[in-house]
Write a protein that binds this ligand. Structure first.
Ligand code: SF4
Ligand code: SF4
Length: 374
């Protein structure tokens, strides 16, 4: 296991995320199996365990309390998070925190985060005095290190780090796909400019980077037949500047073993990065409409927001067409008032990517019509 330094201690490069634990047929956490996986990871050197109030509907924290009970408390880092959007008063922050300590059977958290800061919920942090209350808990020794996990835009990240200057780390969604697609590169730059270490979440983008398109997977397998497709994503995230640990929500034994192996490998080389670039290009070609969002194609003759429609389609394709309901709702909103493409081709002449826009529009409209009646 590779380690990084954090506040004078060694943190394993692989962190065990406790949000996708194995389940029983009834849908509850399989405590026996999950505990075996967790202890196996600990024996192999993992010392960072990450839970949250709402993971597995609250059962993940209870699982932590049980599964970690056989280990000396000082032998691992336990991370938990405050769901500020679930608070309805200043007092709720304390109530939730105390409940978390009870569920986890501990009297302190090593790392504690304001969970999932976004534009939509950032107001609650101010309204319910979340930050000053957590700082006080840190002074009382209930929290060792304070940070936040983030799902917003670069301007909001900068605001958070400027306004509240006592954070010690930030948790970001970083992976080789989102580096450009979601501008994760800029989020990474901002955190590092503030001199803070980073915890990586979603290094495999919810499983997407464990199984790209068949041609992209083939590129990885030909170059590194002994490595899984997911291993490239884990090693990429672990090798980024300032990364303290990479969280992986492990659901079975095979995934755990693969992750353990990946976090003992040497860093990626220049040749490895070129392989990732090639596989990524192949994946994009196979799966996505190559729209960059430049908006040179606008205005559309009938008022369609072309880049927004393409982004919506790409988001659906990246989820392997699983979240059709959300696509249908959002597509319906975007194309209200009979905004159907009339194939005038005016937009196409402005597209630097050479996208055959009307053909794509007709294809997406057909996908919508196929599913809307179901
Ligand atoms: S081809 Fe379709 S999308 Fe493009 S400008 Fe014409 S109506 Fe709009
Ligand atoms: S011009 Fe092409 S690449 Fe740019 S937003 Fe329009 S469709 Fe996308």
């Amino acid at each position: 296991m590779n380690y990084s330094d954090f506040a004078g201690t060694k943190v394993s490069q692989l962190g065990f995320g406790l949000m996708r634990l194995p389940k029983t047929p009834e849908g509850k956490i399989d405590f026996a199996r999950g505990t075996r996986m967790l202890l196996r990871a600990f024996e192999a050197g993992v010392n960072y365990f990450d839970t949250a109030y709402m993971y597995h509907d609250g059962e993940s924290e209870v699982f932590c309390g049980v599964a970690l009970s056989s280990l000396p408390r000082s032998s691992y880092f336990l991370a938990d998070k405050m769901p500020s959007w679930m608070c309805h008063s200043v007092a709720d922050v304390q109530t939730v925190f105390q409940e978390q300590l009870r569920r986890c059977r501990t009297d302190y958290f090593d790392n504690y985060l304001i969970h999932s800061v976004t534009r939509d919920n950032v107001g609650k942090i101010e309204e319910y005095k979340v930050y000053p209350q957590l700082v006080r808990l840190r002074e009382e020794g209930r929290i060792r290190h304070l940070g936040f996990s983030f799902h917003g835009d670069p301007a909001l990240l900068e605001e958070m780090l400027t306004k509240y200057d006592g954070f010690e780390f930030v948790q970001l969604q970083l992976n080789y796909f989102d580096w450009e697609y979601q501008n994760a590169k800029e989020l990474h730059r901002i955190v590092r400019a503030h001199g803070l270490p980073i915890i990586v979440m979603e290094p495999v983008r919810g499983g997407m980077l464990a199984d790209l398109s068949s041609s992209a997977n083939r590129i990885f397998r030909e170059y590194g037949p002994d490595y899984s497709v997911a291993s490239w994503a884990i090693r990429y995230a672990a090798g980024l500047d300032g990364v303290m640990t990479v969280l992986s929500g492990m659901s079975d034994e095979a995934q755990t073993e693969d992750n353990l192996r990946n976090c003992s490998l040497p860093p990626l080389t220049e040749a490895d990065f070129r392989v990732i670039d090639r596989a990524l290009a192949e994946f994009r070609r196979d799966t996505l409409i190559p729209c960059t969002g430049c908006r040179y194609c606008m205005e559309c003759t009938v008022g369609i927001d072309i880049p927004k429609i393409f982004r919506l389609y790409n988001d659906l394709a990246l989820r392997k067409f699983r979240d059709m309901k959300s696509f249908l709702n959002r597509y319906g909103d975007l194309t209200q008032a009979g905004k159907d493409c009339v194939s005038c081709c005016v937009c196409m002449t402005h597209c630097p990517q050479g996208i055959r826009i009307p053909e794509e529009m007709i294809r997406i409209q057909a996908l919508y019509e196929e599913h809307i009646g179901k």
